[in-house]
Design a protein around this ligand. Structure first.
Ligand code: NAD
Length: 459
């Protein structure tokens, strides 16, 4: 056995990889974690979830300040110091990445900065050095999809470029009205850009409940964002003064922009580590198929996170990371859930988990829906909240909750109650008889359940 040997080697130090490495170390395993990035935390922590949330918080401050006038509170002219805002965002990221180094050291996880590539089913090469391993976990994440045929132009950004906050473009067009597109629209519209969003499907946040998505759509329009659904970009011309986007579909014409964000999805990085050299099957989209314990077709090699396909979400990767670590350490472990939450951290937030009404219909699943409009929520109105909705999908026979969608302030936080309810098999009665504090936004979940049961007195 060579000196370079790991009992368990984790490829990738994102929320999937580090959660897996730490859990395995806590279970007594000797763990090595490899990542080419200078800091731990992967895309999510360095150039994804966390920096975007910092900028969304800035957007919220700006919006609150501007709407303060409605409450008789004037702040005067608002100025934006882009360098300071960028430094604030970066300092939050730095605090968290440093924290991970500490957590890693205390667990004696060995971190290697480098790019790993399989050379056999128990060997790898890390930047020219050969390693052997007993078990491995592939957690190398994903990268933004680039639209083919676009010019190479520094005014065309992906999400990482957008989060760098280089400038506030006068006109910004975002191609893709999914979660990244909508979050970036929220940030840049608040910072003062004239934002247009072009979405190929017939609604923004395709996959979310259309009624809830339309509430977010209207709220974004109220903040000055122009949204074109059922529209696609068919050509791009880069001139010195602007990028010209030719659009076809429901909107036909040319949009001139100072910058464009491509937010049309992400693709798996699976092929970067050459899994086939270890005998691990990988499909044409670079997705690695795994069982419920996150094992690939090669039983001592696991895969977790975005390389295992949709939904490409950090919290799914983290849970898979724990499962893979436990399975690798000989425990019985499986990821067995249909309730992985999706959250767009826009203003207002849009959050959903479990079945949507459309999925229930398409799957021929017996269901009914109930909802509570936030216009009738005292807490929402007293907090300056706009339109919002809490909607539950439930089984008409058992009253078990099958799905939940919330759009409104803090929807992502509120959804946690619904996720727990669904995991526990809770019924509408369980929810309505749980006392929700008044006045809270969480009451809207209790009220939705009461409405279905005919016991609601608040509407
Ligand atoms: P996405 O798949 O969520 O959305 C991409 C959108 O682009 C889709 O609505 C699609 O219809 C549209 N589209 C594709 N091609 C197009 C074209 N040519 N013209 C116009 N529209 C087009 O992808 P994303 O927003 O890039 O996010 C990538 C991944 O990262 C997703 O899996 C997302 O869930 C995840 N993510 C999650 C969060 C979060 O949880 N808050 C935040 C950021 C990213």
């Amino acid at each position: 056995m060579s000196d370079n040997h790991a009992d368990l080697i984790v490829l990738g130090a994102g929320p999937g990889g580090y959660a897996c490495a730490f859990r395995a170390a806590d279970l007594g395993c000797n763990v090595v974690m490899v990542d080419p990035r200078a800091t731990l935390g992967g895309v999510c922590l360095n150039v994804g979830c966390i920096p975007s949330k910092a900028l969304l918080h800035a957007a919220e401050i700006l919006r609150e300040a501007r709407h303060g006038q409605d409450w008789g509170l004037s702040t005067g002219e608002i100025s934006i110091d882009l360098d300071k805002l960028r430094a604030k965002k970066d300092s939050i990221v730095e605090q968290l990445t440093n924290g991970l180094v500490g957590l890693s050291k205390r667990r004696k996880v060995q971190n290697i900065r480098g790019s790993a590539v399989f050379t056999g089913d128990q060997t790898l090469n890390i930047d020219g050095e050969n390693w052997t391993f007993d078990q491995a976990v592939i957690a190398v994440g994903s990268a933004p999809v680039r639209l083919p045929g676009w010019p190479d132009d520094e005014r065309i950004w992906d999400s990482t470029d957008a989060l760098e906050l280089r400038e506030i473009p006068k006109n910004l067009t975002i191609v893709g009205g999914g979660i990244i597109g909508l979050e970036m629209a929220t940030v840049y519209a608040a910072l003062g850009s004239k934002v247009s969003v072009i979405e190929f499907m017939d609604q923004i946040a395709p996959g979310a409940d259309p009624e809830a998505a339309s509430i977010l759509h209207k709220a974004l329009e109220q903040e000055g964002v122009t949204i074109h659904t059922s529209t696609k970009v068919t050509g791009v011309k880069a001139s010195k003064s602007a990028l010209e986007l030719q659009c076809d579909g429901a909107f036909e014409g040319v949009i001139k922009s100072n910058a464009v964000i491509q937010a049309v999805g992400r693709h798996s990085n699976g092929s970067l580590v050459d899994p086939s050299a270890a005998g691990v099957k990988i499909d044409e989209k670079n997705i690695i198929d795994v069982d419920s314990s996150c094992r690939t077709n090669v039983p001592h090699i696991f895969a977790i996170g975005d390389v295992t396909g949709n939904p490409m979400l950090a919290h799914r990767a983290t849970h898979q990371g724990h499962v893979a670590a436990e399975a690798a350490c000989g425990h019985a472990a499986a990821l067995d859930t249909q309730f992985i939450p999706s959250v767009a951290y826009t203003l207002p937030e849009l959050a959903w988990a479990g079945l949507t009404q459309m999925q229930a219909k398409e799957g021929g699943i017996a269901h009914k829906t109930t909802s509570f409009p936030w216009a009738a929520s005292g807490r929402n109105l007293a907090s300056g909240g706009g339109d919002g909705l809490t909607k539950l999908i439930y089984c008409p026979h058992t009253h078990q909750v099958l799905g939940a969608t919330i759009v409104g302030r803090n929807a992502g936080e509120l959804l946690a109650e619904c996720v727990l309810a669904m995991e526990m098999g809770a019924t509408l009665e369980d929810i309505s008889l749980s006392v929700h504090a008044h006045p809270t936004l969480s009451e809207t979940i209790g009220f939705s359940a009461e409405r279905a049961l005919g016991t609601l007195t608040d509407l």
